[in-house]
Ligand binder design. Structure first.
Ligand code: DX5
Ligand code: ZN
Length: 215
């Protein structure tokens, strides 16, 4: 079964309480939290005060996606939230191997994230050490963007690289995941679908989550 990690970025921020209750009731496997700093990406989302409030209410494992420079500065604070997965961009980490080790030492699973233009080959020497690879299927910074088609082939290339390196990492895809792209991603070998606007803007979000999980 495909895991689904709805992205809170598309929730109604005036009714976070209500939207997190919906997530808790739903079959969502995780909750995806997008942190942006206005430097690594051209947008700012939310930071620790909001993450702490969300963590206190959400019963699902937290899948935190940092679109920030120097994410290693926030490993301890992220662990303190009780996050399950900490995703950092390879483009934002000067010493990725050390950062992955530190995430593990802090008791979390480590995810590495690739921008659309970053080839999967950069993971050759780190793939075996990570728990997840997050492929961006849009340029990070905004919800509701159009899916980049190249991602389908990229998932297949990543699947091969994981097999070659003996890595058990999960493959997660983020951006433009909806009714048309999700089945093709699952067919290509994706383990975890992140979906923001398609879930939160749908008439029956719980049903949409159910359908994504059962593709
Ligand atoms: C984009 C974020 C995504 C975003 C996905 O920078 O990383 O998680 O919320 O939104 P949709 O599913 O609307 O493309
Ligand atoms: Zn994300």
């Amino acid at each position: 079964m495909t895991k689904v990690s709805p992205s809170l970025l598309a929730a109604d921020f005036l009714h976070l309480d209500r939207d997190i209750e919906m997530i808790n009731r739903s079959e969502a496997d995780w909750l995806h939290l997008d942190v942006m700093d206005g430097v690594f990406v051209p947008n700012i989302s939310f930071g620790f005060p909001v993450l702490e409030a969300v963590a206190s209410k959400c019963t699902k494992p937290l899948d935190v996606h940092y679109m920030i420079v120097n994410p290693e500065q926030y490993i301890k604070q992220t662990a303190k939230l009780g996050a399950m997965m900490m995703n950092v961009h390879v483009e934002a980490c000067r010493h990725l191997h050390r950062t992955v080790q530190e995430i593990h030492d802090a008791g979390m699973k480590a995810g590495v994230t690739l921008n659309p233009a970053t080839p999967v080959s950069v993971l050759e020497d780190i793939a075996a050490d990570v728990d997840m690879v997050l492929l961006m299927s849009v340029n990070p910074g905004f919800g509701g963007q159009k899916f980049i088609e190249n991602t389908i082939g990229k998932v297949q290339r990543l699947r091969q690289l994981l097999a070659q390196t003996g890595s058990k990492a999960l493959i997660e895809v983020d951006g433009g995941v909806q009714g048309e792209t999700a089945p093709r991603l699952v067919k290509a070998g994706v383990d975890v679908l992140v979906s923001g606007s398609y879930v939160f803007k749908s008439k029956q979000p719980e049903q949409t989550i159910h359908e994504l999980r059962n593709l």
